[in-house]
Design a protein around this ligand. Structure first.
Ligand SMILES: C[S@@+](CC[C@H](N)C(=O)[O-])C[C@H]1O[C@@H](n2cnc3c(N)ncnc32)[C@H](O)[C@@H]1O
Length: 281
């Protein structure tokens, strides 16, 4: 009951910042250039096959599921000190048993794969970690999906006060394409280790850096780009700057609101400093 009331309040709040119907709460066939406020798996299940060119996404990492070295709320020392995700997401606790988490993410990836066209691709960002002495290299999520390449995103920034660990500085991006996917001309020269600063100026606890998403989208000739874990809407604001269309799915009404306000701001002044070659498509 309280949740319904919260959603109704969030809807009213959201409608006060967007003048048109850019946000939807139920699936509709008219999903292009929309923020869909709901559960990504249920929404994707309703979408038609091959309706998207590119998926760019970073799911919740299940970081609060821990055997000792994981993230705890309000930590002021140790590996997770100062991490913006300590208190989790607004409407998702990021803490489920690992098997359940891997199954959920695999189901999501299968839907994303169904939704991309024969020349489409998924760029799926995740993090490898060691938990309880076991390597979590996310094979349990990826399973039979056709990974073509793993890109290393070398992050700068971050602080680590734990003397037992080297400062973690990388994440991975799985390129999972359909067979006919090709990069945009010359994009292959970027190589497979990309260095981008972590995003600092964003209220969302785990936003993509704008430049990272610009690298991904501009490396493709995609027209419709979807992010099923949309957060603050970085994928949309880059898609808009590169003259592509977007579809965003986000569970939290607070982050939907944050993303919609950001999209409105970007219509007036884009955050993306576009590189001219990226605009060839
Ligand atoms: C790592 S963040 C994505 C941040 C985003 N890339 C950005 O630039 O702001 C993951 C997002 O997934 C959302 N989320 C969690 N469970 C979800 C679900 N079942 N359906 C849709 N979104 C979900 C969280 O609320 C969070 O905003």
């Amino acid at each position: 009951m309280e949740e319904t009331q919260n959603l109704e309040m969030a809807k009213a709040d959201i409608q006060s910042i967007v003048s048109n119907s850019e946000v939807i709460y139920e699936y509709s066939d008219n999903f292009v250039n929309k923020v869909i406020c709901g559960d990504s798996l249920s929404v994707m299940k309703k979408m038609p096959d091959k309706s998207i060119d590119l998926v760019v996404t970073s799911p919740p990492y299940n970081l609060k599921n821990s055997t000792g070295n994981g993230m705890k709320a309000n930590t002021t020392s140790g590996k997770w000190a100062g991490n913006a995700l300590q208190n989790g997401y607004s409407h998702y606790n990021d803490n489920i048993p690992n098997d359940e988490y891997a199954q959920w993410q695999y189901n999501c990836l299968k839907e994303m794969y169904r939704l991309i066209k024969d020349d489409g691709a998924i760029f799926y960002n995740h993090k490898w970690r060691v938990q309880d002495g076991l390597i979590q290299d996310r094979k349990d999520i990826i399973r039979d999906l056709p990974v073509r390449q793993i890109i290393i995103w070398k992050r700068k920034g971050g602080i680590n006060f734990n003397p037992g660990y080297f400062l973690p500085t990388y994440e991975v991006i799985y390129l999972i394409p359909k067979p006919n996917f090709k990069l945009a001309p010359k994009a292959n020269a970027y190589g497979d280790v990309w260095e981008f600063m972590q995003e600092m100026k964003n209220e969302h606890p785990a936003p993509f850096p704008v430049a990272l998403i610009e690298r991904i989208i501009s490396s493709t000739t995609s027209k419709i780009v979807m992010d099923p874990f949309f957060g603050s809407g970085t994928t949309a604001i880059v898609a808009m700057a590169l003259n592509r269309q977007y579809v965003g799915i986000e569970l939290s009404p607070d982050y939907c609101k944050m993303a919609l306000a950001r999209i409105e701001r970007n219509k007036i002044k884009s955050e993306v400093v576009t590189n001219k070659t990226a605009l060839l498509f």
